[in-house]
Design a protein around this ligand. Structure first.
Ligand code: PSU
Ligand code: MN
Length: 313
């Protein structure tokens, strides 16, 4: 469908960039603003990550639902409104409901991929991927991010699935869905592991690694040339300076998972609950790590976007 016929509010700047194909557009999600980070760090992050993308030669495209209308590209007032308001967490299944009821909503990775693909945006950077929750084989709590990656050709640049999840099961699920997962391996380390969001390692080997952003772009480009309809996950280990020690965080995560069970928290509330518990228990260290890795992933997203545009010329 031509862009102008879609019931999506796309900013003028983004429309222009998608038409001109001179500068890459990189999508950003907004559940991290509405449900992932505490106020006011969420606003700070939302503004700074956009700036990081611009400083690295890309146009930011933050996605969200405002009064039920899907938006790609928000102004500062809208970002602020979203960060302060009671917004719904919107994944694929929530979209029609939020539009029909004119609600504000933060988009998860899944729904950001949907909006991005409709608009023709191919690269999306964020913090952490949803996944198969621990005991997921019993609870069937598998993030809709994973099925979306199996059906929508958008590439997600992230710091891996959070260690609150079962990363091994998450990798199995993504393999079944036909999703490439690679970890950035600049230094050519043997046996590189998937990063576990707060930690540079997770104990689970990465199915693939990529040495450069050119290689990442080439993977996307070759899939596009064949018309494959699945997405990709490019994992960037969190910056060394702010990564947390795996043993330190493991105990805190176990406690948070236990508390969630005791309090009967499940479904879409589980991820936000675990994140807030971890923030409390680490006295904000997890939040600082989260912010730094979001900026780091934005830089990588901008580089991959630039390389992809060059290949598409
Ligand atoms: N990881 C983060 N912060 C977040 C999320 C993941 O570090 O806010 C959000 C993302 O929007 C992701 C969603 O798409 O949680 C996954 O939620 P669920 O597991 O309910 O699908
Ligand atoms: Mn879930």
């Amino acid at each position: 469908m031509p862009l102008r016929r879609l019931p999506i509010q796309i900013s003028h700047e983004i429309k222009q960039a998608l038409t001109d194909k001179l500068v890459p557009v990189v999508a950003l999600e907004s559940t991290i603003i509405t449900h992932g980070l505490p106020f006011p760090k969420n606003v700070e992050m939302a503004l700074s990550v956009e700036q990081t993308l611009r400083q690295n030669g890309a146009i930011p495209a933050t996605c969200a639902f405002i009064n039920g209308i899907p938006h790609i590209g928000l102004n500062h007032g809208q970002l602020q409104q979203l960060a302060e308001s009671k917004a719904t967490k919107v994944s694929r299944r929530d979209i029609g409901h939020v539009m029909a009821n004119k609600l504000n909503g933060g988009t998860t990775i899944a729904s950001t991929m949907i909006l991005s693909h409709l608009a023709g945006i191919k690269v999306f950077s964020t913090g952490g991927l949803g996944g198969v929750h621990r005991e997921g084989q019993l609870t069937m709590d598998v993030s809709a991010d994973l099925t979306e990656l199996g059906r929508t050709p958008v590439s997600v640049v992230c710091a891996g699935p959070k260690s609150i999840l079962d990363i091994g099961l998450t990798m199995e699920y993504l393999e079944t869905q036909g999703v490439y997962v690679g970890t950035y391996n600049e230094e050519n380390e043997p046996n590189i592991e998937i990063p576990g969001f707060y930690c540079r390692k997770s104990g689970v080997l990465s199915p693939y690694s990529f040495k450069s952003f050119t290689e990442a772009a080439s993977i996307i480009h070759n899939q596009n040339r064949l018309g494959l309809t699945s997405g990709n996950v490019f994992c960037i280990p969190p910056p060394k300076e702010s990564a947390l020690d795996s043993e330190y965080i493991a105990g805190i995560i176990d406690q948070a998972n236990e508390l969630a069970q005791v309090q009967g928290i499940s479904g879409k509330q589980l991820t936000p609950f675990l994140l807030s518990q971890i923030a409390i228990q680490t006295q904000g260290k997890s939040v600082d790590c989260n912010l730094n890795l979001v900026y780091n992933n934005a830089k990588a997203g901008a580089e991959i976007g630039k390389e992809l545009l060059a290949l598409e010329k």
